[in-house]
Design a protein around this ligand. Structure first.
Ligand SMILES: [Zn+2]
Length: 144
């Protein structure tokens, strides 16, 4: 959740580190129609710092749905678990793409809970992904 302003230079650094993509749903900046934000992975309200190590680039949708949460319910089991942490965890260990690449699929309890909590398969983003696949923007080369 974005609770504190991040200085422009730090924002630039975080954006470049993320290769200009949301670090949750991997949507490319400038293609979602939703501004990118800097997410405090552990919210400042829960003691998270504004160090690079606690920040990630997130699209407005992911960040808005994440809000100040660090945990969510796994929709299959109803159990609470930690949300995906882009600094501590590898995306590919927790998520994969559906056959048509339009849907994000959770490989782990953490992945499943994060997809559900952040609405990573919202119909609008699924529609956008289908178009991005056609023009070669999705999935990103290093996340296929
Ligand atoms: Zn996102």
């Amino acid at each position: 959740m974005q609770t504190k302003q991040v200085p422009p230079r730090q924002r630039q650094r975080i954006t470049e580190r993320a290769k200009n993509r949301c670090e949750y749903c991997l949507s490319p900046a400038g293609q979602t129609g939703i501004p990118m934000t800097i997410d405090h992975i552990i919210p400042t309200s829960k003691g998270g710092t504004s160090d690079d190590d606690n920040l990630c680039l997130a699209c407005g949708r992911c960040n808005g749905h994440k809000h100040d949460r660090t945990q969510a319910k796994n929709p299959e089991t109803g159990r609470w678990g930690k949300l995906f942490n882009p600094r501590r965890q590898q995306w590919k260990r927790h998520f994969r793409w559906s056959e048509n690449r339009a849907f994000c699929i959770g490989k782990t309890a953490c992945g499943k809970a994060t997809i559900e909590a952040l609405h990573m398969n919202h119909p609008a983003i699924v529609r956008a992904r289908k178009n991005w696949v056609l023009v070669g923007w999705h999935p990103p080369e290093d996340f296929r």
